[in-house]
Structures are given as structure tokens and as C-alpha cells.
Design a protein around this ligand. Structure first.
Ligand code: SF4
Ligand code: SF4
Length: 154
């Protein structure tokens, strides 16, 4: 090893750092500045509604059956003429996703026959306790910017 080798390596290192000065910065000033996600990104779930306000979810539990992490719990109830939440016979009276278990595989979305459950582009998923990690149907709708103007029925 020559005595010049450390100097050569130092210059190479400085050159590598120096050429980055002319590159566009990749850092985002989160949370003020949010990074745009890829089109196929799978983020926080959203429970969708039809334009008339009725829920798309019919409480069939196919999403729960398809979930490899056993993260979804669905309890169905019957719609009545007086109390109707979805167009079908049944609706999900309880819908919960345990976000601590979810691996964002998207199988629930694929299994849903009415396209009610969708993995959106929101990646802000922090919570302070385990209970807050269980997203209820109320929360899944409330947190959705797309449907924030629709009042949750229960
Ligand atoms: S994305 Fe995958 S792991 Fe998460 S709730 Fe859906 S099926 Fe389960
Ligand atoms: S989200 Fe879809 S698959 Fe899951 S219970 Fe509702 S309708 Fe069935």
C-alpha cells in the first residue's frame, strides 16, 4: 500500500459527495410536504359507499376469509325497510381491521364482490396504543378524504 492511497481514497470520497451538490434533493419535508405514492401503492383501507350514500359492503365476510393475517372481523346484520344501510339483504354491523396484523397484501380488496374495501394511498398509520390500531367501519370511512362529506350512519 502506497502512502498516497489514503489521499486518493479521500479525494474519491470528496468527489462522490461533491457531485451530489448538483443533484435534485430527494428529501421531503414531511409532514408539510407529502410524497406522492406509486399508482399501485397499498395504504390504509377505505370502506366505500355508493353515490346515494348506501354502503357498498354487504357483510359477506369474503374479505375476512381471504385475509392471510386474520386481521379482519365482520359481523353482518339484516337490513330492514326502516333501517337500510346497504342495497342488499345484509350489511356489516361490525367491521374491524387490526392494522397491527395487516401486511397490506390486498387480498381483501381482490376478494370483495362489491369493491367496498379498497387499499388507498394514505400511509399515515401511527397510533399510540393497541386499541387505536383496530380500525372500525366508522374510522375507515371517517379517515377517508374521498368520503369525508358522508356522515357515518353508526
Ligand atoms: S391487506 Fe391483506 S393482511 Fe391486510 S387486511 Fe387485507 S387481506 Fe388482510
Ligand atoms: S368489504 Fe366486501 S368482502 Fe368484506 S364483508 Fe364487505 S362486501 Fe364482503
Amino acid at each position: 500500500m502506497s502512502v498516497l492511497d489514503p489521499i486518493v481514497e479521500l479525494v474519491r470520497g470528496l468527489f462522490t459527495s461533491g457531485k451530489m451538490i448538483f443533484e435534485k434533493p430527494v428529501t421531503f419535508q414531511y409532514p408539510e410536504e407529502k410524497r406522492k405514492v406509486r399508482p399501485r401503492f397499498r395504504g390504509r383501507h377505505v370502506l366505500k359507499r355508493y353515490d346515494n350514500g348506501l354502503e357498498k359492503c354487504i357483510g359477506c365476510s369474503l374479505c375476512a376469509a381471504a385475509c392471510p393475517a386474520d386481521a379482519i372481523f365482520v359481523e353482518a346484520s339484516e337490513n330492514t325497510d326502516e333501517k337500510r344501510f346497504s342495497p342488499g339483504e345484509r350489511y356489516a354491523s361490525t367491521y374491524e381491521i387490526n392494522m397491527l396484523r395487516c401486511i397490506y397484501c390486498g387480498y381483501c380488496e381482490d376478494a370483495c364482490p362489491t369493491e367496498a374495501i379498497v387499499l388507498g394511498d394514505n400511509y399515515e398509520l401511527s397510533f399510540y396504543d393497541r386499541r387505536s390500531a383496530i380500525y372500525t367501519c366508522l374510522l375507515l370511512r371517517k379517515l377517508s378524504l374521498m368520503f369525508s362529506n358522508v356522515r357515518c350512519q353508526r
